[in-house]
Design a protein around this ligand. Structure first.
Ligand code: HPA
Length: 250
């Protein structure tokens, strides 16, 4: 079942449930030792290469962040032959220059999630594996994304710390104030354990964070409007295929 020619896998977050413009798409339903993935992996042609796409929350957005089977998702992409993965993540902006519609390629993570399966060795009898996670994202893949954004004329911020929260609710102002003190620049619900699991499988992995709103207490708004989140997200998501096309075209 291995298709070694997959150049890139994309895990779509909120607002990205299919990959527009995939040529001759083929759906793969992959059995994994960890249970079902979020859905079928769709592989197809894009920018002269072959890519694989998986909707993290399911194609109809039915899986909340804490119920996503991150292990199965990464296993499925790996078993199809993917060796490089871009995780597209909706986030809230904490830093002043990370307002709605900003695109960020973060370089650090703090994990505040709990109760998720965080490792492939979390299985009876599996060999315990410790990974170096000093740099949670693959530097070369981050650079490729940033270079492609520059070539495509898409503004993208290089670096930032992604704070991964449990969700599905948004955070309180006090929680965001604490995260800011901790050094977080962005907040999202799905960045972990995805990045760590990718490292366990020795996949190259980078996060493309799309800012949907200012996090609680960070902007001028009294409350965060979910409708506005999805409107901003749609605008930022529209840039993704173009950015990846330029990246793959090399
Ligand atoms: N918090 C957590 N996750 C998010 C947010 C937020 O404000 N916006 C989009 N995803």
């Amino acid at each position: 079942m291995s298709i070694p020619s997959i150049s890139l896998a994309v895990i779509g977050g909120s607002g990205l449930y299919d990959f527009p413009g995939l040529l001759d798409p083929v759906r793969h339903r992959i059995d994994t030792p960890y249970g079902p993935a979020s859905g079928d992996v769709v592989a197809g042609g894009f920018a002269g290469k072959r890519i694989a796409f998986l909707a993290r929350h399911g194609e109809s957005h039915t899986l909340p962040p804490h119920r996503v089977n991150y292990r199965a998702n990464l296993w499925a992409l790996h078993s199809l032959g993917a060796r490089r993965v871009i995780g597209v993540n909706a986030v809230g902006g904490i830093r002043d220059d990370m307002g709605p519609r900003t695109i960020v390629v973060p370089d650090q993570v703090i994990d505040y999630t709990h109760g998720r399966f965080t490792s492939f060795c979390d299985v009876e009898g599996a060999e315990v594996k410790h990974i170096d996670f000093s740099e949670p994202y693959t530097a070369s893949l981050r650079r490729e994304l940033l270079a492609a954004a520059a070539r495509a004329g898409i503004a993208a911020i290089d670096g930032g710390c992604y704070g991964a929260t449990q969700g599905p609710r948004l955070e309180t102002r006090a929680e965001i104030a604490r995260m800011k003190r901790d050094g977080c620049d962005l907040v999202g619900m799905t960045g972990m354990p995805e990045a760590a699991l990718a490292r366990e499988l020795e996949l190259d992995y980078a996060c493309l964070a799309l800012v949907a709103n200012f996090a609680a207490g960070c902007g001028d708004e009294e409350e965060i409007s979910i409708e506005e989140i999805f409107a901003h997200l749609a605008a930022a998501t529209a840039e993704v295929p173009n950015l990846l096309r330029v990246m793959l075209a090399g």
